[in-house]
Design a protein around this ligand. Structure first.
Ligand code: NAD
Ligand code: DAU
Length: 350
């Protein structure tokens, strides 16, 4: 069986990628390596965790020796690397952890792959999953293409940019077969409720304030997480080594407009009067270094592979709200314990 290592598979996007690969490729052995930080949750995979082609490995990518031992033992042919610290606000308060996991962790994986593959590159691939935030911010017009120069502004995006550079450097210097993809904002089931959409759904349910940073005029390009997983599958199997692919929803929303739509959908599903939850909107101090606008040009991916987003945003958002309302147990589990402390630190005094 072809052995593929997926890192960060217990997190939001990783769990959708693991599910897709385990179900679609019964002849692959999928190893999900995850440290199970606050963002990692094996409950996300309970529908597939008994499948014979799935194995969970509890480990930390920051530990280079463990990575090397694991690669020696399992002799993976492919790596899809998603494990990361992923939340911009946390990177502002705790930047070092982002360097350790996102930069050092990625280099540890690259070293392990390079050592084990040892120049036998045939059939091997290191696929690095990255973000559009490495490109910095756009003004009112324009798009990020694969040629846009990197210009990260937050500790999170700086750490991701650095990890992208290391992946490309290992390709250019040692010949390590690699691909990088840079995706826009994902939304959908299983996203940790520190990110805008699940945080606000949860707050609406509990009649808590909806903390809008600044004026709410920042723009993000939203993509349903299952469409991101499908793009990763396509690129993993057919992308040329050494290349970069942008993945995006072609779906730009100002935060405030998205939030009003979210309130409308959630009110309807909860049987509340129209405009009830909009009253919870509270403008708070802006995020430091807050990028104004992200918008991805995914022409290359669409042209080469015929990929496109499968859902209209309104449809995807409705599915997403429905998932969170039907999975209150999941929400309650992930918001117990340390989450309360985080929420108090982030929003408590506002
Ligand atoms: P997430 O925070 O939901 O999940 C991250 C996972 O990585 C968790 O399961 C966590 O336990 C694991 N992890 C963290 N540190 C680890 C370590 N040291 N060792 C092993 N496992 C560790 O993140 P996500 O939103 O699913 O993002 C996944 C990847 O996709 C990240 O690399 C992120 O930069 C990238 N990305 C995310 C988005 C988005 O909108 N969420 C968009 C583009 C790219
Ligand atoms: O663009 C891809 C990136 O999208 C990923 O690389 C990151 O991992 C992911 O977290 C996401 O980053 P953002 O910073 O864009 O996502 P977040 O959900 O944190 O915020 C979305 C927008 O909403 C942003 O403009 C900040 C704003 N916001 C966010 C929160 C949490 C608020 O106004 N209030 C909030 O409480």
């Amino acid at each position: 069986m072809k052995k593929i290592l997926i890192t960060g598979g217990a997190g939001f996007i990783g769990s959708h990628v693991v599910r897709l690969f385990v179900n679609k490729y019964p002849d692959y052995m999928i190893y999900n390596l995850d440290k199970l930080t606050y963002a990692g949750n094996l409950e996300n995979l309970k529908d597939i965790d008994k499948k014979p082609n799935y194995k969970f490995v509890l480990s930390d990518i920051k530990n280079g020796e463990s990575m090397l031992e694991l690669f020696k033992k399992e002799q993976f042919e492919g790596v899809i690397h998603l494990a990361a610290e992923s939340h911009v606000d946390r990177s502002i308060s705790h930047p070092t952890e982002f360097v350790m996991t996102n930069v050092i962790g990625t280099v540890n994986l690259l070293n392990a792959a390079k050592f084990i593959w040892n120049g036998n590159w045939e059939g091997k691939l290191f696929y690095h999953v990255s973000t559009d935030e490495v490109y910095g911010t756009l003004g009112k017009t324009g798009f990020f293409t694969e040629e846009t120069a990197y210009d990260p502004h937050s500790p999170y995006s700086a750490s991701k940019a650095s990890s992208d550079h290391f992946v490309r450097a290992y390709h250019d210097t040692y010949g390590l077969p690699s691909i990088v993809s840079n995706c826009s904002n994902n939304y959908g089931p299983n996203q940790f409720p520190e990110k805008l959409i699940p945080l606000f759904i949860n707050n609406i349910c509990h009649n808590k304030p909806l903390p809008v940073y600044g004026k709410g005029y920042n723009v993000r390009d939203w993509l349903y997480v299952v469409d991101h997983a499908a793009a990763i599958d396509l690129i993993y199997h057919t992308g040329n080594k050494g290349e970069t692919f942008n993945i995006g929803g072609n779906n730009e929303w100002r935060n405030i407009d998205l939030i009003k739509l979210l309130c409308k959908i959630t009110d309807k599903k909860l049987g509340r009067e129209p405009h009830t939850s909009e009253k919870l909107i509270t403008y708070v101090t802006d995020r430091a270094g807050h990028d104004l606008r992200y918008a991805i040009d995914s022409f290359k991916l669409q042209k080469e592979f015929g990929w496109k987003p499968s859902l209209r945003f309104e449809e995807g958002l409705e599915k997403t709200v429905k998932w969170y309302l039907n999975n209150q147990g999941w929400l309650n589990n992930v918001t117990s314990g340390n989450y309360q402390k985080y929420y108090q630190e982030m929003y408590g005094n506002r």
